[in-house]
Design a protein around this ligand. Structure first.
Ligand code: TYM
Length: 332
């Protein structure tokens, strides 16, 4: 059975893009695979985090994942910094990956923007740590949103260069698992920007903790164009905001663009937005309630994370110890 690994940063409240692009698929994969899911607090440190907030957000992200349906008894859920194998392997990968490869990462360019001289070096080597997360378990299936595709290609380049440089067949090939019509959920304010938990505008996203009023209001105010919905997906071409809302609807209805447009094509956005808000509220309210239930018992969350870290370390430690031996590090 192929092992599944994926991670999410505790750098804010999870938003609808995280849910539709990743978390929901993580839950679905649990039926057919052994899964390891990680709250990547070391990755969050690559941009400034208030220390008091980071620990709280790590618990909150864990609560959200449990509320979405991650089964921490049958699978593994833990926070990255609790398993030292990630940082150990990341150092080796810092020495395998090439500057030129990292210079091409579009996410680094986006995040660093014009302030390149002033961002942390951690942000630059972020994808090396990500490769280490996956390969410390020799996991081969990685469910992510579309924005992570380039990072996974880089992880494969690192794995291959390691195997080549040390003359071994040690790390497997990683296969991105990018599922569904909402693998790229866009901002509600700008259909060309992805929805993100770090966007300064809260109106740009639906948070998994938003209440019914907030969801209804954000959807009502979501940017659209003045035309009615088209009858078929081809009519969404060049209409990024419309495409985004139809995609979200399709994901929630377990349908596709054509199915949604067959039902709603020709309608104005007023009626469609109402139907979309209704679906979102029905889908997210139980998750928000379950998240609150977990958050009322931080001791239970910590117990999940502790147990997950112990089980994760039991898999990763021998793999990373072998990688260290292969590169010639002495364990006297
Ligand atoms: P993060 O925390 O930014 O995002 C977590 C997951 O949510 C997906 N996602 C989206 N999907 C669709 N539409 C969106 N607007 C949207 N925004 C976020 C992301 O693609 C991701 O799957 N680098 C990773 C975390 C990570 C990781 C790993 C992932 C660290 N190590 C190892 C896989 C394997 C990230 O940016 O997460």
């Amino acid at each position: 059975m192929q092992l599944v690994f994926s991670g999410i940063q505790p750098s804010g409240v999870p938003q609808l893009g995280n849910y539709l692009g990743a978390m929901r698929n993580w839950v679905a994969l649990q039926d057919r695979h052994d899964c390891i899911y990680c709250v990547v607090d070391l990755h969050a440190l690559t941009t400034w985090q208030d220390p008091k907030q980071l620990a709280a957000q790590t618990r909150e992200m864990t609560a959200s994942l449990l509320a979405c349906g991650i089964d921490a008894d049958r699978h593994i859920l833990f926070n990255q910094s609790a398993v030292h194998a990630h940082a150990r392997l990341a150092w080796i990968f810092n020495c395998v990956a090439r500057m030129g490869w990292l210079n091409r990462m579009t996410q680094f360019k986006d995040k660093a923007g014009k302030d390149r001289e002033n961002v942390s070096t951690g942000l630059f080597v972020y994808p090396n740590l990500m490769a280490a997360d996956i390969l410390a378990y020799k996991a081969s299936r990685v469910p992510v949103g579309d924005d992570q595709r380039q990072h996974l290609e880089l992880a494969n380049d690192i794995a291959q260069k390691f195997n080549h440089d040390y003359g071994v067949d040690f790390f497997p090939v990683i296969e991105p698992v990018i599922m569904g019509v909402a693998a790229r959920v866009m901002s509600l304010r700008d259909g060309t920007k992805k929805m993100s938990k770090s966007d300064p505008s809260d109106q740009s996203r639906i948070n998994l903790t938003d209440d019914a009023d907030a969801i209804a209001q954000k959807i009502r105010r979501a940017k659209t164009d003045p035309h009615p919905l088209p009858e078929a997906p081809a009519g969404l071409e060049g209409r990024a905001e419309a495409r985004n809302l139809v995609g979200i609807y399709a994901a929630l209805a377990d349908s596709d663009l054509a199915g949604v447009l067959a039902e709603h094509g020709g309608k104005g956005f007023g009626a469609f937005k109402e139907a979309l808000a209704e679906r979102l509220i029905a889908h997210l309210a139980p998750i928000a309630a379950e998240t609150r239930r977990w958050l009322a018992d931080p001791g239970a969350i910590d117990a999940v994370l502790r147990q997950g870290a112990a089980r994760a370390a039991a898999i990763a430690d021998p793999i990373v110890a072998e990688a260290e031996r292969l590169v010639g590090l002495l364990r006297p």
